[in-house]
Write a protein that binds this ligand. Structure first.
Ligand code: UT7
Length: 345
């Protein structure tokens, strides 16, 4: 009987998304803790001890998220050998404008006019949500290769007078090219553990500029166009969610925490990273970190960390890697992969 059923074109069976190249970009201007001491009631000692940050990169006036995204995207494409890309996904918290999405502009500037291109908004978890989205596009047969870029010009939404956020957040971009492959290949991503809790949406927020404020008939209040974060409470959620998501991601792939060679967690705060790693039992030499040099770069944090660590040899082919992130939404996630033999630019 089965022979008489007409063949229907469906998604290719069992296609996984495999990392084929990675790139990153940091704007050249650097702000040190000493620079911040001059204009804020803060100190190098406080920032280092409470966050682990010493320097961060910031955009120059006139630069936008798309400019960072194009640079990182181009590097990832070069690293992957300039493949034919069938879709562009841009994870960002700081789109160039509220409408339209920034991804089509980025795609066009990369010579990819015509392919589907859209933004993913999941704040600091955007790279993991974007990775899952890109993997879905590949699994469904929508595209054979996807360029995923994660870029944030975070300093454009930070209140320069707010010492609790201005010392932490910074700018940067990272990107990966994903290609269709098999789930058991090095570089295959997923399964993904993703979650959200919108009941705490106000812990991390930019209150003005959206439909809620605009439809209220009330102009934006002072400073409402800026990013606000309830630091201490966010900290608590970050530790719990990243730890739980990590355990679940490792369990789902049949790995054990002892098998993890490298933890690449969203670089939110060095103390958060240390606590998550300690709860997971992952020793210091297996943790990747660049927060001291780049601060918290939002969605760019994980791909930037992976690209730098791979280029510097701290992340090597064959390493079992655990990725985890947490941020506004609230949203969180984790996944695992074996690091592939790819170029990192
Ligand atoms: O990426 C998305 C997810 N983001 C996160 O996960 C970030 C989570 N939160 C954090 O990283 C930390 O909560 C912060 C770094 C934001 C703050 O560190 P904390 O250890 O939680 O400090 P706190 O907010 O409890 O403040 C302690 C003290 C306060 O003074 P009092 O009330 O004890 O007198 C603050 O006013 O530190 C003060 N303070 C500062 N002092 C000097 C806050 N920011 C600063 C500063 N310099 N920049």
């Amino acid at each position: 009987m089965a022979d008489s059923v007409p063949a229907v074109a469906g998604p290719p069976q069992g296609r996984a998304a495999v990392i084929a190249g990675i790139g990153s970009y940091l704007p050249p201007d650097i702000v040190t803790n000493r620079d911040l001491e001059v204009r804020l009631d803060t100190s190098d000692a406080w920032i280092r001890s409470r966050t682990g940050i010493a320097t961060r990169h910031v955009i120059s006036p006139g630069t936008a998220t798309s400019d960072l995204a194009v640079e990182a995207g181009r590097r990832a494409l070069t690293a992957a050998g300039d493949p034919v890309v069938g879709a562009v996904v841009l994870a960002t918290t700081t789109p160039d404008r509220p409408c339209p999405a920034t991804a089509p502009d980025v795609a066009a500037r990369l010579g990819l006019t015509g392919v589907p291109a859209f933004d993913v908004a999941a704040v600091c978890t955007g790279f993991l949500y974007g990775l899952a989205t890109a993997a879905g596009l590949i699994a469904a047969g929508t595209a054979d290769q996807v360029l995923l870029i994660a870029a944030d010009a975070f300093t454009t939404i930070i209140d320069p007078t707010d010492r609790t956020t201005a010392v932490i957040f910074a700018d940067g971009a990272g990107a990966v090219v994903l290609r269709a492959g098999a789930a058991d290949e090095p570089g295959a991503v997923g399964p993904f553990v993703l979650g959200s809790d919108g009941t705490s949406h106000d812990l991390i927020t930019v209150p003005a500029g959206g439909s809620r404020q605009r439809s209220s008939g009330r102009p934006a209040g002072p400073g409402e166009e800026y990013f606000r974060m309830h630091g201490r409470e966010t900290y608590r959620h970050a530790v719990t969610r990243m730890t739980e998501a990590s355990r679940e991601a490792v369990r789902r792939t049949g790995r054990r925490l002892e098998d993890i060679d490298r933890l690449a967690a969203h670089q939110a705060n060095a103390r958060i990273l240390a606590t998550v790693a300690e709860r997971l039992g992952i020793p210091a030499e297996r943790q990747l970190s660049n927060i001291e040099r780049v601060g918290n770069t939002g969605v760019a944090s994980i791909p930037l960390l992976l690209a730098q660590a791979a280029a510097e040899g701290r992340l090597r082919p064959g390493h079992q890697v655990l990725l985890t992130a947490f941020g506004g939404g609230l949203a969180w996630g984790a996944t695992t992969l074996e690091w592939p033999d790819v170029k990192a630019l």
